[in-house]
Ligand binder design. Structure first.
Ligand SMILES: *Cc1c(COP(=O)(O)O)cnc(C)c1O
Ligand code: SF4
Length: 353
């Protein structure tokens, strides 16, 4: 069966005690997952990484006062409904607030919970499209939500045609979890709906190598053969993927099995009720150190934090600068050796040795 409502949880092999404890969390944020994704869960393992991403937990009810309803300030930079314009040359456009799955760790979960009934209507997007048309500095339109691929092919094609009619837009980006949770949705009709004048980039959201299956491999192949650029963002989640071996396997398999380049590893946002998922930044930096150099550079994402309030993404590092004095640097190598480096520039003439 698929998970559509909180009541459906009772039909899943969840211990009755857990079910009662977690019911309140189910009431506070939508519950939904396609059957194919639920089938990946090993129910014997309470800490199964897929289970933790979709089955509500009482931990979600624990709210720190520093957590926020709008954790990354999308509303603070919204010059038109369903649009966020934070960076000069690219905007987020929200055609829908619905998804194929409701991820327990979703950073935008409160906008989804509040607005999911609104769904899609091109009329609701007219002010946002007019704003994009009036701002020639915008080169990239990022469809997010919600999950834009939940829309049917006709609606996607209508939206793509409207966006590509704006001459200064060059690239259409889609942020989507559908290739992970509903890979059979990726078909020739979808490719036709998206293909046109614009460069197309699909950014997926895989968090664990267990999410990679034969069907996701086929979905990724369809998108690659269409000529789309494929990237992935992962959210660093305690108890799901905060482990060097889990991340190494995930990032390698994304590249080697799917042909998808890891783009961002997101530090868990300040969304309400995510304390149980949040690692320290130090932990994230240690994990990145355990990856760089040890896996191909093709497999290595940027570790970033989205600042609360809407000031954008901060690249967190780690830094490989151990010390510096003027043009004399001391660097740390990937395997922790210290090496001196003297910059060869006229401002730094060679010294007598
Ligand atoms: C993350 C984000 C983007 C995209 O940023 P890139 O670094 O280009 O991936 C654009 N707009 C907003 C508001 C964002 O939060
Ligand atoms: S698919 Fe994306 S937007 Fe939807 S619940 Fe998951 S993380 Fe949030």
């Amino acid at each position: 069966m698929k998970l559509q409502h909180a009541a459906d949880l009772a039909a899943l092999p969840i211990a009755p005690a857990d079910l009662a404890r977690d019911a309140a969390a189910a009431a506070s944020f939508n519950v939904k997952a396609p059957r194919r994704y639920l089938d990946l869960i090993d129910w014997a393992d309470e800490r199964d990484p897929i289970r933790r991403q979709v089955i509500p937990s009482a931990d979600e009810l624990v709210v720190d006062p520093r957590e926020r309803e709008d954790p990354i300030g999308d509303a603070a930079h919204s010059p038109a409904p369903r649009l966020t314009h934070r960076y000069p040359d690219r905007v987020l456009l929200y055609p829908t607030y619905q998804c194929a799955v409701y991820c327990r760790h979703c950073f935008r979960k409160e906008s989804l919970a509040a607005d999911d009934a609104a769904g899609y209507a091109i009329e609701a997007l007219e002010p946002a499209l007019a704003y994009i048309a009036a701002h020639p500095e915008i080169r990239e339109v990022i469809l997010t939500g919600g999950d834009p691929l939940i829309l049917g092919n006709e609606r996607l094609e209508e939206l793509r045609r409207r966006i590509e009619a704006i001459a200064h837009v060059r690239l259409l980006r889609l942020h989507t979890r559908i290739p992970v949770v509903l890979p059979e949705r990726i078909n020739a009709g979808l490719v036709r709906a998206l293909k046109g004048r614009l460069m197309v980039c699909v950014v997926t959201h895989f968090n664990h190598a267990r999410e990679i299956t034969d069907t996701t491999v086929l979905a990724a192949r369809t998108l690659r053969e269409a000529g789309f650029m494929l990237l992935n963002q992962t959210v660093l989640l305690k108890g799901v993927n905060d482990d060097a071996e889990a991340l190494r396997t995930l990032f390698r398999e994304l590249v080697y099995a799917l042909g998808i380049r890891p783009y961002y590893l997101h530090h868990c946002d300040s969304t309400r009720g995510l304390s149980h998922f949040r690692t320290t930044i130090d932990r994230g930096l240690d994990l990145m150190t355990a990856l760089r150099g040890h896996i191909s550079g093709l497999c290595l994402p940027h570790y970033v934090l989205d600042l609360p309030g809407g000031d954008g993404k901060i690249p967190l590092g780690p830094s490989y600068v151990a010390a510096r004095s003027g043009f004399e640097w001391k660097f740390k190598t990937y395997d922790a050796k210290l090496r001196d480096y003297s910059e060869i520039v006229p401002e730094n003439p060679p010294r007598d040795r």
